[in-house]
Design a protein around this ligand. Structure first.
Ligand code: CA
Length: 224
């Protein structure tokens, strides 16, 4: 479980990092809004511990940036602003939990564990197969951790296949998925997008194979 700690007080950040490590969390620690946004653009975290008073701005900017992208990574606000109004504001802006300073490390750990137990988090929004990870919340596809730019229609095909990996997906189901993205779907659209997707995955050495089941549909599985 990797956490992002956004906290400008270095003494507190060091203490937290140590305490969280003892509880089994590895933590990346940053001190500013800018560093937090940079870290979040580069990596996925299981949860974020967010201070509000930061040298270059407000922690809410980080929360806003995440939520406006549809990223539902749990965020626990950790701040000296402990008034009820502040807490309400935090939740309204998409925080999952709120802990006022001063706090006990045990309580922070217990709250993080509770956040990470939530079904959405546990199951994750990520579909994985071979070297491919499809983050369905962020609409991001990575291969071996490296961002792969897949056009929206090919991505839609990949998503429906990954959701049923190892099983045959009827062509009609894939077609329906494509209809959501454009009005016109030509009769061979599925073949075209599957072909392009297959090519892109193979060139990126994604470690997955899309098999054609003649007259039925397609199936994705890990490359042998
Ligand atoms: Ca601060």
């Amino acid at each position: 479980m990797r956490l992002l700690l956004v906290e400008d007080n270095e003494t507190l950040a060091a203490l937290l990092q140590k305490g969280l490590a003892a509880a089994g969390f590895s933590t990346d620690s940053v001190k500013t809004v800018a560093e937090a946004l940079e870290g979040l653009a580069a990596k996925r975290f299981s949860a974020i511990i967010l201070d509000l008073g930061l040298p270059d701005g407000d922690g809410y900017e980080v929360l806003h940036s995440l939520r406006s992208k549809g990223d539902s990574t749990p965020v626990l606000i950790l701040t000296a602003r402990g008034a009820v109004d502040d807490k309400v504001k935090g939740f309204q802006r998409g925080a999952d939990d709120y802990l006022g300073k001063p706090f006990a490390l045990e309580e922070l750990v217990a709250r993080l564990q509770a956040l990470l137990r939530r079904p959405g988090v546990l199951l994750g929004a990520a579909l994985k197969l071979g070297r491919v990870t499809f983050d369905t919340a962020a609409r991001e596809i990575t291969i071996d951790g490296k961002l792969e730019l897949v056009p929206p229609r090919e991505a839609a095909v990949l998503e429906v296949l990954l959701r049923r990996s190892g099983r045959v997906v009827p062509k009609q189901v894939i077609e329906d998925q494509l209809y959501g993205l454009s009005e016109e779907v030509s009769s061979n659209a599925v073949e075209v997008y599957v072909h392009r997707l297959r090519k892109q995955l193979s060139e990126a050495d994604a470690g997955v194979e899309i098999h054609t089941i003649r007259g039925v549909g397609y199936l994705i599985r890990e490359a042998a």
